[in-house]
Design a protein around this ligand. Structure first.
Ligand SMILES: Cc1ncc(COP(=O)(O)O)c(C=O)c1O
Length: 397
């Protein structure tokens, strides 16, 4: 039986898949069942940042598997402490809670924000979030997500989320008050279409959060772990948040999430208020520890260098096809190419697949690229040549 039919028989049909069955991967390539090779500019949606089957990460995982993978959070675990320290070294002095995914990290952050607010003042339990944001698929995180398509049919959702437009300082000022316990921001909206916040908006958010004793929390699930050319996305701005969430690239494919928060807020929490069975188990921590070892200034330099090459090459294509490419937005190796409404981004993605390249969509009509940090100039030029061929071909228009 074909995999499509087998999937229909056995899996809940939540996914609309592209027609590829991936069997293995190496660095920035994946291979299908017949051995066909694809250049992977998706990284499993910003997860496999250090490439598929990374030798150093695999060795760390293998070593850990032969020792112990899981013992639960009933007992001390040195790896969690080492990992928390390493995250803190690259951000600010903080304490960490480990979980298994981005949505879970945001759930933890929402719970902590409510505990924080409720402990300060009755009714201080409202959270500001942005339209067009994406924070996950649990009930709390779809409630905080500013896109209707993720919420429809799941009502009643969680209350007390207030949505404002990204970069609208007036709305930010109008909606901030004593009842706000937190504001959640993505430095660059990922699923929303690769939209960066302005310096002014972020500065104002910091100012108002401090003024009204609310937490400024960055959702770094997609922007963290070097993706934007900084260790974490908030470092593109001249502020410090009170906390941030991580997942995706943290384990390079081994599921792990984290909520990182200033010690004075962490110290308001008590045992038993939150937990996760798998959260920060030995296996996940071993992988994440190796990821953080590899996430250094040298790799950031490489990401920023490649980003410049991408910018140059994509601008050249934009000049050749000004009616098709509306805008190019590049922050490190987080890239959005906004296409004309006359074009369906899904058709472009399928065209890329037919030419052995994996890409992603985001927002309305944005082609999103999140290549692994293992790529070089050659892969960028290969991608750009194929992109130009697709646009020249005109079939997708
Ligand atoms: C910014 C952001 N937050 C949260 C999530 C949810 O992460 P997960 O799918 O691991 O729950 C995502 C996933 O795309 C994301 O991009």
């Amino acid at each position: 039986m074909e995999i499509k039919e087998l999937e229909k028989e056995w899996l809940i049909p939540f996914y609309d898949r592209f027609n590829i069955t991936i069997k293995k991967g190496k660095k920035h390539y994946v291979f299908d069942e017949k051995g066909k090779k694809y250049l992977d500019f998706a990284s499993g949606i910003a997860v496999v940042n250090f490439g598929h089957a990374n030798r150093k990460i695999n060795n760390a995982i293998k070593k850990q598997i032969d020792s112990i993978t899981h013992a639960s959070n009933l007992y001390y675990n040195k790896l969690q402490i080492e990992l928390a320290k390493k995250i803190s070294e690259k951000s600010f002095k903080a304490k960490v809670f480990f979980c298994n995914s981005g949505a879970e990290a945001n759930e933890a952050a929402i719970k902590v924000a409510r505990l924080y607010g409720n402990s300060k003042k009755a009714g201080k339990n409202k959270i500001i979030a942005l339209y067009n944001s994406f924070h996950g698929r649990t009930i709390a995180t779809i409630s905080m997500t500013g896109q209707e398509k993720y919420k429809k049919g799941f009502e009643p959702l969680l209350e007390n989320f207030i949505f404002i437009e990204a970069n609208n300082v007036k709305q930010l000022e109008e909606n901030f008050n004593e009842e706000i316990c937190a504001i959640f921001l993505e430095a660059i909206q990922g699923e929303g279409g690769i939209n960066k916040l302005t310096d002014n908006f972020v500065k104002k958010a910091r100012e108002l959060a401090t003024k009204f004793d609310a937490l400024l929390i960055f959702d770094e699930v997609q922007t963290g772990i070097g993706r934007t050319g900084k260790y974490f996305g908030y470092q593109n701005f001249d502020i410090l948040p009170d906390g941030f969430t991580l997942a995706k690239g943290l384990g390079n494919g081994v599921p792990i999430g984290a909520f990182v928060v200033k010690p004075e807020i962490a110290d308001m929490m008590k045992s038993g208020l939150h937990a996760s069975t798998f959260g920060g188990n030995f296996l996940a921590c071993a992988s994440a520890l190796k990821v953080l070892d590899m996430l250094d200034e040298k790799i950031l330099k490489k990401i920023n260098y490649l980003s410049e090459i991408f910018k140059m090459e994509l601008e050249k294509i934009k000049q050749k096809f000004p009616k098709i490419i509306k805008e190019i937005r590049i922050y490190g190796l987080m890239i959005g190419i906004e296409l004309s409404d006359k074009l369906e981004v899904k058709d472009i993605i399928n065209k890329f697949i037919s030419k052995n390249i994996l890409t992603l969509r985001a927002g309305q009509n944005v082609l999103r690229l999140l290549p692994p940090f293992t790529i070089g100039e050659k892969e960028i030029l290969d991608f750009c040549n194929v992109f130009e061929d697709i646009l020249k071909d005109g079939e997708v228009l």
